[in-house]
Write a new protein. Structure first.
Length: 93
C-alpha cells in the first residue's frame, strides 16, 4: 500500500515538474505572432515574385537560346576552369 502512495506521489510530482517545464517553454516562445506571420507573408511574396520572373524568362527563351545555353554549359563542364564554372552560373542572367 505504501508503494502505491509513493508511486502516486511520484506521478503527481512528475506531472507538476512537466507542467513547470512546459510553462517555461511556452514563456520562452512568447513572441509577436502577427509579426511572425507578416514575415512569412513577405517571404512567400518574394518567393512568388522570383518564380514569376523566372517563368517569364523561361517562356521567352527560344529553342535557339536553349541550344546556345546548353552549348555553353557543356563547354564549361568539359573545361574544368573555375572561372568558366562561375560564368556557367550566370548564363541565363
Amino acid at each position: 500500500m505504501a508503494e502505491c502512495h509513493f508511486f502516486a506521489l511520484h506521478c503527481i510530482m512528475s506531472c507538476e515538474q512537466l507542467k513547470a517545464i512546459t510553462d517555461r517553454m511556452v514563456k520562452s516562445l512568447d513572441f509577436d505572432i502577427s509579426g511572425f506571420f507578416s514575415e512569412i507573408d513577405r517571404s512567400l511574396e518574394a518567393s512568388r515574385s522570383v518564380f514569376r520572373r523566372l517563368e517569364s524568362i523561361m517562356t521567352s527563351l527560344t529553342e535557339a537560346d536553349w541550344l546556345r545555353i546548353e552549348a555553353k554549359v557543356v563547354y564549361c563542364l568539359i573545361g574544368s576552369n573555375d572561372i568558366c564554372s562561375l560564368h556557367c552560373l550566370k548564363i541565363v542572367t
